[in-house]
Design a protein around this ligand. Sequence first.
Ligand SMILES: N=C(N)NCCCC[C@H](N)C(=O)O
Ligand SMILES: O=C(O)CCC(=O)C(=O)O
Ligand SMILES: [Fe+2]
Length: 331
Amino acid sequence: MPPSTALPIIDLSPFLSPSSTPEQKRAAAAALNDACTTHGFFYLTAHGVPAELESRVLALARKFFLDTPAATKAAIQRLDPGAAGGDGARGYQRLGENVTQGASDHHEAIDFYRPVEAEEAVGGKGYGLLRGPNLWPDQPEGFRAAFEEYWKRLTQLGDAVMKAMAWALGYEGDEDVILRWTDQPFWVARVIGYPPLKGEGVSCGVHTDYGCTTFLLADDTPGSLQVLSKDGEWLDADMIKGCYVVNIGDMVSVMTNGLWQSTKHRVIHTGDRYRVSVPFFYEPNWDAVIKPLEKCVQKTGGAEKYGEVVYSAHLMGKVSGNFYSAATDGK
Ligand SMILES: N=C(N)NCCCC[C@H](N)C(=O)O
Ligand SMILES: O=C(O)CCC(=O)C(=O)O
Ligand SMILES: [Fe+2]
């Protein structure tokens, strides 16, 4: 079997449809449990997000990176917290500005987060980390409307997957034990452009995602995203038409007491095309205090392997180390 088909394809539509039976939900939840136990990565089919909307956001992302002037990108440049207009996290980041494991990533991107009531500006200038407004490009036409519509759909899909997780973990009659952590999900969305690597380097270094569930939509460039299997082998996770590549994040490792682990992955994009991807990260509430679920503790030997984790603290710890400082990198 070629490595690209090694990840399972699963259907969680019983959690999207109001007319499904408990049996259908149980079968879907069992497949999810399998996929999350074995890989932490899977393909999600029958997700109900319109293909037209998916093509539209991918095309707009490509246009933003390849067809807009440098000034359009500079106008929404990510700035360090405290700098005028900056919250350190939201906005455009130039090629090489994102850092993973101490090395520069060969991609450019715009990062967006769930909108929050902007904090008081720090010292009358900027915002605290992650507390500013999203920065929207004024081109291409229709960018904001399309992505807002897309993320609304993805938030609903994320809600459904959390329900499926609750069932899969034994909380069929008690979903709220988990859903209370995600009723105001502090989602993250990236719009990423990858010029091909020339020689050394990585497009995005090895990492795990931070929160609950990542839904990746990318163009059809093959052989870029790679997933580290439990036996230490890198598997290709190429896009399959009509499916998302889905993976679980660090907060799911905590909730499940390690029963399901967030899986390492990386992007190495060679070849001669410019690759575009638009991952949506469905995450816990900003102030969720995540801790191992009782039933998961029982299934994993009876001892808690993780203490309580405040999601915002985990996120800020990650984000604060993700960038070369815009103020000091001399550009
Ligand atoms: N919100 C999420 N999950 N973003 C993933 C970014 C991964 C790369 C980042 N430089 C890092 O080192 O984590
Ligand atoms: O672009 C991709 O294929 C994945 C990017 C990724 O892993 C991330 O941004 O967390
Ligand atoms: Fe990732």
